[in-house]
Design a protein around this ligand. Structure first.
Ligand code: SAM
Length: 318
């Protein structure tokens, strides 16, 4: 067998502790230059033995040793898929098979003991953003039984499932019905019935409209998740840009919090700095900045490269 390059072996060993308890089988194995200069521009995620390579440089391909590694074996992938990312490419393409067996059907991964459905054919995103793993766990641990969580821009409802596992009631809002159906499936995978009673609600529609509607009804939440895309256009053609509109979003959400509630604000807009992000939100929130406690939410340890995700808890001081 072709020997594995040392930086790759080191990258795998560095992550051993993240799966040591047997509760997590989806994580980032290579995070660009964070795992060695030879990996600059290259990202490798393990979804329970199906590996996904993303390359970001023109002409860049997955490293050949991955092909040789694919097959049976404890550290070996059964499949390797490849998604070249090109900032100029407006078409959101799913990854293509590059080595090993085809992945034709959706499959299940586990994260801290919770199950999530992944689909390599599902479009540009595969169903779970691995860089939010620690935030999902933090959310789950914060929950008191019966607490209420509002998950805005819910996508496949991964945050909602984590909150439900902590005993919370959840409301998930997303423009995409298809994503919410995927979310319902994620609930079922974990033994929660998404259609029973009103413990878990799924609202298909615009987050800005939903926040105003929920506020008019007097609904209150212990935690609100705000993790929007960097740029989006809704069905009415309205444009959302994190850099311009996150403050408005936070200001709309804040009145829906309980007296000691918290917002989890998160963005992967690379133009943002941590102080700029924090300031943008604090200046938009009702009440003075000193009335909010801000706790940064760092990225998971397997994300060794750029710290591109800005995330923080904004808790009301009661
Ligand atoms: C980057 S994903 C969010 C990821 C999600 N927070 C998670 O942790 O899995 C963006 C999602 O926002 C949704 N979306 C975009 N604009 C929206 C809007 N104005 N209202 C509701 N959902 C929106 C998209 O349909 C998509 O599912």
């Amino acid at each position: 067998m072709t020997p594995l390059p040392d930086p790759f072996t080191r990258a795998l060993r560095r992550r051993d502790s993240l799966r040591a308890d047997g509760q997590t089988d989806a994580l980032r194995l290579l995070d660009g230059a964070g795992d060695g200069l030879s990996f600059a521009g290259l990202y490798l995620d393990d979804f329970a033995g199906r590996w996904l390579v993303q390359t970001t440089r023109p002409g860049q391909e997955p490293p050949g040793f991955l092909r040789a590694l694919t097959g049976p074996g404890p550290d070996a992938p059964r499949s390797v898929y490849w998604k070249p990312l090109d900032a100029r490419d407006q078409h959101q393409r799913p990854p293509g098979q590059w080595a090993g067996e085809p992945v034709e059907a959706p499959f299940t991964i586990h994260e801290n003991g919770l199950a999530y459905r992944i689909d390599f054919q599902g479009g540009y995103s595969q169903g779970l953003f691995l860089d939010q793993r620690d935030n999902r766990l933090a959310l789950r641990r914060r929950m008191n039984p019966g607490g209420a969580v509002l998950n805005c821009f819910a996508y496949t409802c991964a945050f909602s499932v984590a909150a439900a596992a902590g005993g919370a009631r959840t409301v998930s809002v997303d423009l995409s019905r298809r994503s919410l159906d995927w979310g319902r499936e994620n609930f079922r995978l974990n033994g929660f019935d998404p259609d029973e009673g009103d413990a878990h609600r799924f609202l298909a529609g615009d987050v800005f409209d939903a926040l105003q509607r929920l506020a008019r009804r007097g609904e209150r939440f212990d935690t609100i998740i705000l993790d929007p895309p960097t740029f989006a256009r809704d069905r009415k053609g309205r444009v959302f840009r994190v850099a311009d509109d996150f403050g408005t979003l936070a200001a709309l959400a804040a009145p829906l919090l309980t007296a000691d509630g918290a917002l989890l604000c998160s963005s992967n807009a690379r133009s943002l700095t941590a102080p700029g992000f924090r300031q943008m939100i604090l200046t938009a929130l009702p009440a003075a900045p000193r009335d909010w406690q801000v706790t940064p939410a760092p990225m998971p340890a397997d994300f060794t490269g750029d710290s591109y995700l800005q995330a923080a808890w904004f808790s009301k001081r009661s």
